[in-house]
Design a protein around this ligand. Structure first.
Ligand code: NAG
Ligand code: NAG
Ligand code: NAG
Length: 343
């Protein structure tokens, strides 16, 4: 561009000076435009740049709040991943895929101290609303009944179940603050969940189908839920550092035991979220007893909203082609071509 500058001549000095000034001005504007286009376009066009914005935004909202506000989400989903990023193998990606398959206009927030903020770029590029956020527990529980609990954090940190307990408080706090669905990462969504409000699932039923044990792996609650409020009071006042289940699944069962059923709390039967009990689940990772696998699969296809497959027990099992687990993992997917020994 500088090459097109007019060459000055003695006779036309004044006129030329004016031309030079105009030309220089035009060039400067061109250069500025060029630079700003180069800077601005990539920043707005890729999820990566959006996803790596600072936690606090100019609007005073957290990144998650800004994301939820901007995305017109039909339903909010919250997940937490506290183990190493390289452990997030295909079967956990299927949790994300199955959720988005049934809720393409939903918003997913994955709270994780380990995953890269652009870990789910491939979904963002497909047009889905998903972000990874660093869990900021003090921010999430500020103003909730569990706020006081955080004052003991240095002590709690020493417990061997600390990371499980952190996911317990994240699930309660996010649902209380934003409302929506909390999912553990070992679930496969099998149906649309939009119509479920203020719901927990039965893990174990008695002989007459009555709920005996509930589970908090899946919680669907409206913002400001009274049940979640009570659960946070319970977490705050009865927290135990030395027990894995006390502050989690057992807490949900305890609080529901004294909470009235109705619009603020519905309890679904085992088939809804926990169609196969953890004591029996290993069989369904193997290719055996096809008749039974088929019966269970057929019933699940009709009645199950989502399948919680008990990662604590099944983490090391590889689902065999022909097993129910293999079918579930590869039936509710977005990138179904992608199978591995893990899926
Ligand atoms: C938000 O989503 C709803 C459906 O979920 C739609 O009817 C509405 O038009 C959307 N609003 C905007 C501003 O996109
Ligand atoms: C939380 O627990 C502390 C004691 O550990 C108590 O002082 C406080 O009142 C509790 N908060 C709620 C909302 O129950
Ligand atoms: C899956 O694989 C088939 C066959 O290789 C191909 O035709 C199809 O486009 C693939 N689909 C996706 C979503 O990658």
């Amino acid at each position: 561009m500088p090459g097109v500058l007019p060459v000055a001549s003695v006779e036309k000095e004044k006129k030329t000076q004016k031309h030079v000034l105009i030309a220089a001005g035009v060039i400067a504007v061109c250069v500025l435009l060029f630079i700003s286009i180069r800077l601005v376009i990539p920043a707005e066009a890729t999820g990566k740049d959006v996803a790596t914005k600072a936690r606090s935004t100019a609007s005073g909202l957290s990144r998650v709040e800004e994301f939820l506000a901007a995305s017109n989400c039909s339903l909010n989903f919250f997940l937490a991943w506290t183990t190493a990023a390289n452990k997030f193998v295909l079967r956990y990606r299927r949790t994300i895929e199955s959720t988005l398959k049934f809720h393409p206009n939903g918003c997913l927030v994955v709270y994780s101290p380990t995953l890269e903020l652009n870990h789910f770029q491939v979904f963002w590029d497909m047009g889905y609303n998903i972000i990874v956020e660093r869990p900021d527990v003090p921010y999430l529980i500020a103003g909730t009944p569990a706020e006081k609990w955080y004052e003991g954090i240095e002590e709690w940190r020493k417990g061997q179940y600390f990371f499980s307990h952190i996911t317990e408080i994240i699930r309660l706090a996010t649902l209380f603050k934003y409302g929506g669905v909390y999912l553990d990462t070992d679930v496969i969504v099998m149906q649309d969940l939009h119509d479920l409000h203020n719901v927990v699932g039965t893990e174990l039923a008695g002989a007459r189908g009555e709920s005996k044990v509930l589970n908090g792996a899946v919680l669907l609650f409206d913002r400001g839920s009274r049940f979640i409020y009570e659960a946070m009071v319970e977490f705050n006042t009865t927290y135990r550092i030395d027990s894995w289940g006390w502050n989690g699944p057992e807490l949900v069962t305890r609080v529901a035991g004294r909470f009235p059923r109705g619009a603020e709390l519905r309890i679904l039967p085992t088939m809804a979220f926990y169609p196969i009990h953890w004591a029996k689940v290993a069989k369904y990772f193997r290719d055996e007893d096809p008749e039974d696998q088929h019966i269970v699969w057929s019933q699940m296809a009709k009645e199950t909203y989502l399948f919680h497959y008990w990662n604590k027990i099944t983490k090391k099992l590889v689902p065999q082609p022909g097993s129910l687990m293999y079918k579930v993992l590869n039936n509710y997917c977005l990138m179904c071509n992608d199978t591995s020994t893990d899926g």
